[in-house]
Design a protein around this ligand. Structure first.
Ligand code: 5AD
Ligand code: SF4
Length: 441
């Protein structure tokens, strides 16, 4: 038998890319590839890229440049670009970086084996189609291969919302939901392989409406309740949601489904109705706050997380203040905030831009407020009992690290538990970006 070929995948951007990278690696496993942690001994390098902000795309080009020496030493080395930059700029990548042998968009991953074969014969291959066939059905899984206690599972992909700043509707295409039975099969397989927590993924995951087993579409809440019945699966999460798709049954599930964790990522982007309108968000600050209120009524301890953009075209200081006001009202347990980044081809790219120094200053002020809230909520965990799923050994002997129900990192000394164990823990200390806890017998 010939030695296995080595595949190095580097993943940028969101959790869906993490999931996709895993599926690509398993699929290429069928072509005799095993994964390696270093590009130096790889036979194939794949960069799974993100196009959401300008910097993300630039990183890809600089990373590609760094592989020049490797390719010179090993002419058979194949270099591929996957993901959203591949989708958006595939041809330009081929032109700009002759090192690249293969470009594959997110909807064509199942065609990787054929593409790899062609690249092996010295062809340059590019596939950024939006094919009819279901890529998930064609992407291979490595059955029975053991894996860690947490996993992502894509249930919905693409977006029809067309927020004025966002490339996702162009790079990932229209909203598509996977059928319920395929998701259940995949979830059961993951659980058999050691998974205890599944995060359901979708760009608009709460708009999920996949075909049910006996016809008719199922909502995300229905899917969650079905997953709730899977023995061995202990925790369910989902991300990312849109405020307008928070249906009653989903809110209700947060109150009554024990396996559904008390954490919700619900981006609002901005707090000014004028800006929200220009962003084409189709909700107001007030309607967002009402949604949060309903969720908290169902699950009072839920931790809310958000995304924010500052310096969106034409954002004034007054608009920005409205964002700060909204943050004050919601109190976020964690948040991701970004300076607006012009994305070619999106409606907002054509509009008058906010001064860069001004946007920088707003981002700093926004992040200061969010960091303070995050700290307050983290500190308020001290003394509380939480569930913790252990994911890895800590740096100190006997120490284990896991995630709480609220997705805080928790360290436990002299733990005596294994990776994959779920335990009750009392939080004893709040540190920078993590908590310390003790097992409760
Ligand atoms: N500029 C800055 N941030 C953006 N996001 C999406 N597009 C842009 C952009 N053009 C942010 C949004 C989104 C998150 C994934 O990335 O906050 O929710
Ligand atoms: Fe982008 Fe808006 Fe769709 Fe989210 S909802 S992926 S921000 S267009």
């Amino acid at each position: 038998m010939s030695a296995p070929k080595k595949l190095y995948i580097k993943t940028y951007g969101c959790q869906m890319n993490v999931y996709d990278s895993e599926r690509m690696a398993e699929t290429l496993g069928g072509q005799g590839y095993v994964e390696t942690k270093s590009p130096d001994d790889a036979d194939m390098i794949l960069l799974n890229t993100c196009h959401i902000r300008e910097k993300a795309a630039e990183k890809v080009y600089s990373e590609l440049g760094r592989f020049k020496g490797l390719k010179a030493d090993k002419p058979d080395l194949k270099i591929g670009v996957a993901g959203c930059v591949a989708q958006a700029e595939g041809e330009e990548i081929m032109r700009r970086q002759p090192l690249v042998d293969l470009v594959v968009g997110p909807q064509s991953y199942h065609r990787l084996p054929e593409m790899e074969a062609k690249a092996g014969q010295g062809e340059k291959v590019l596939d950024t189609d939006f094919p009819e066939e279901d890529k998930f059905e064609k992407l291979k899984r490595r059955p029975k291969a053991k894996r860690g206690p947490t996993a992502f599972l894509t249930v919905q992909e693409g977006c029809d919302k067309f927020c004025a700043f966002c490339v996702v509707p162009y790079t990932r295409g229209a909203e598509v939901s996977r059928p319920v039975d395929r998701i259940l099969t995949e979830a059961r397989d993951l659980v058999e392989r050691g998974v205890r927590e599944i995060t359901l993924l979708g760009q608009n995951v709460n708009a999920y409406h996949g075909g049910g087993p006996s016809g008719g579409d199922w909502s995300l809440a229905q899917l969650i309740w079905e997953l709730d019945k899977v023995d061995g699966l202990e925790r369910i999460r989902f991300t990312t949601s849109h405020p307008n798709d928070m249906q009653d049954d989903l809110i209700e599930a947060h109150g009554s489904c024990k396996k559904l964790m008390p954490y919700l990522h619900l981006p609002v982007q901005a707090g000014s109705d004028r800006i929200l309108k220009r962003m084409n968000r189709s909700h107001t600050a007030e309607s967002y706050l009402r949604v949060i209120e309903r969720i908290r009524a169902a699950r009072p301890d839920i931790l809310i997380s958000g995304d924010f953009i500052v310096g969106f075209p034409e954002e004034t200081e007054e608009d920005f203040q409205a964002t700060l006001d909204l943050i004050e009202e919601v109190k976020y347990g964690t948040a991701y905030s970004f300076k607006y980044s012009t994305r070619p081809g999106t409606p907002a790219a054509e509009r008058p831009q906010v001064d860069v120094a001004e946007a920088d200053d707003r981002l700093q002020r926004l992040q200061a407020l969010l960091t303070q809230q995050q700290k307050e909520i983290q500190d308020s965990m001290v003394g509380r009992e939480v569930g913790v799923l252990f994911e890895r050994a800590g740096r100190k002997p006997g120490q284990m690290v896991g995630k709480s129900d609220y997705l805080h990192s928790v360290h436990v000394e002299d733990c005596g538990r294994e990776i994959g164990d779920l335990a009750r823990v009392r939080i004893v200390e709040s540190r920078t970006n993590s908590l310390a806890g003790e097992l409760i017998d």
